[in-house]
Design a protein around this ligand. Structure first.
Ligand SMILES: NC(=O)c1ccc[n+]([C@@H]2O[C@H](COP(=O)([O-])OP(=O)(O)OC[C@H]3O[C@@H](n4cnc5c(N)ncnc54)[C@H](O)[C@@H]3O)[C@@H](O)[C@H]2O)c1
Length: 444
């Protein structure tokens, strides 16, 4: 059937975007998605809030580009002066900063986009909340479970608007998959399989002179002091446990987030975890497990596996296709069928599972078709965003639990209410990390 493109719609889906959505979504859900009320865009520059970008690397700048439709980027901050200067040239009128604490002193800044590496997210986010700013923070929300508890509490106390950069919650195919699972369209949920791209395995790496303009000591922040090694720094930090958790947290924060959203577990988590790396890291090289197999169970009996695939690059691109080659995404297996969802795809064991509309009394999830628009709309309405702090914290907690089990080398029992391991002092020590002075939370 030919479908006319609704040109009058405020949200200007391109013809290509429409065709792509129509190829993935069943008609009834596509219509619902297109009919959903769209957040109002600012009428003039005077209606645009002032926003600071902290961390002006690849993702931070992509976030600021998208946010520029709704806000003015008035400050850019980076410990690599080349990145701050480059961003200041890009966002006309933005003032460059080196230290994020100075940004928080600027009274005219309404919100902060946090685009730093993971080991800095919590410092920047806590400082922003304390200074009364709303926050759009990149995922994975934290470096440790303890950090997540602090951020959730700070959001509660400050009553600020907080959006985690888990943008799959604003993609209609993921929302539909979660709604179908929540409404038992595949029968009672039995198993969730999360497939993540394998991480990088490489090294040994050698120290090099610190590039001009990079404040390496501040880049390291709370992490241990080590000589500058380029492979530890920009973009590649995600493959080191000192700063991140490998693809287990990098991609896990996206796909485990969808797993929890579908299970209705935004305020909870698994009760057991058992993780194993499948290959040893190279001494002197990246430290985070590149290939792994982690299994979780939930109190309701659902089994959740999180496994890596070498079929995709660490950045999500396909390495090769072929029989038996896995690609990243999430599969839900229920008593009556299965669903598969990933970026640009939604498939089911039987087409009817997708094509039959949900009944009027079905459980529905918050609708957002544009992650940045949702954040800026919530800044206006003061409502909760589609990816609030607790959801980001609980999703990355699943990933952190997997990493802790792999690093401890044993199965662990977890209490998702208390957010502690069960009678396991050794494992509880991994909920936080030793912080290099002066970078402790007391200084925020
Ligand atoms: N939502 C997504 O799909 C998505 C995609 C890519 C990356 N990310 C996330 O975005 C974050 C950044 O990733 P990236 O690939 O852009 O990394 P990157 O290394 O390219 O950029 C990080 C920038 O932060 C700067 N920085 C480090 N410490 C700082 C500090 N204390 N204050 C200010 N700036 C500081 C670095 O110098 C660098 O310019 C990561 O947490 C990553 O997981 C999310």
């Amino acid at each position: 059937m030919r479908v006319s493109f609704p040109l009058t719609r405020r949200r200007m889906l391109t013809a290509t975007g429409y065709a792509a959505a129509a190829a993935v979504l069943p008609r009834w859900f596509l219509d619902e998605t297109l009919d959903a009320a769209e957040p109002a865009e600012p009428k003039s520059a005077n209606d645009k809030p002032n926003v600071a970008l902290v961390g002006c690397g690849g993702r931070g700048q992509a976030d600021a580009d998208e946010a520029s439709r709704f806000c003015k980027i008035v400050a850019v901050c980076d410990v690599d002066d080349r990145h701050a200067q480059g961003a200041a040239r890009k966002y006309a009128g933005a003032k460059p900063f080196h230290d994020f604490r100075k940004v928080m002193e600027q009274k005219d800044i309404d919100a902060v986009i946090t685009g730093t590496p993971d080991h800095w997210h919590t410092f920047v986010n806590l400082a922003a909340l304390k200074a009364g700013k709303d926050v759009y923070s990149e995922k994975p929300l934290t470096l440790t479970i303890d950090e997540g508890k602090r951020v959730v509490e700070a959001v509660k106390q400050s009553q600020r608007v907080f959006q985690v950069g888990s943008q799959q919650r604003s993609e209609a195919n993921f929302r539909l998959a979660c709604e179908l699972v929540r409404n038992n369209r595949i029968g009672k949920l039995k198993e969730v399989t999360v497939i993540l791209p394998a991480g990088m395995r490489g090294g040994p790496f050698q120290p090099e002179p610190i590039p001009e303009g990079l404040d390496w000591d501040m880049w390291l922040g709370q992490a241990p002091a080590v000589p500058y090694v380029p492979q530890r720094c920009h973009a590649m930090f995600r493959y080191w446990y000192d700063y991140s958790g490998g693809t287990m947290t990098d991609w896990g924060a996206h796909h485990n987030d969808i797993a929890l959203w579908a299970m209705g577990m935004d305020h909870s988590g698994p009760v057991t975890v058992e993780g194993k790396p499948c290959i040893d890291p190279i001494p002197g090289g990246y430290t985070a497990a590149s290939e792994y197999h982690v299994e979780y169970t939930y109190a309701n009996g659902v089994r959740h596996r999180c496994v890596s695939t070498i079929g995709d690059t660490g950045f999500g691109g396909v390495v090769y296709r072929g029989p038996g080659v896995l690609h990243n995404g999430i599969r839900f297996d229920g008593a009556d069928g299965w669903l598969w969802v990933t970026r640009g795809q939604l498939q089911a064991s039987k087409p009817d599972l997708l094509h039959e509309p949900l009944p009027s009394d079905a459980i529905r999830l918050p609708v957002s078709n544009d992650h940045k628009a949702n954040f800026f709309e919530c800044m206006r309405t003061r409502k909760e965003t589609v990816a609030p702090a607790e959801a980001g914290h609980r999703s990355v907690s699943v990933c952190h639990l997997g990493v802790i089990s792999m690093r401890l080398g044993r199965k662990l029992n977890w209490d998702p209410q208390k957010q502690q391991f069960v009678n396991d002092e050794e494992a509880d020590k991994w909920l936080s990390r030793e912080q290099r002075k002066p970078w402790t939370y007391d200084m925020i």
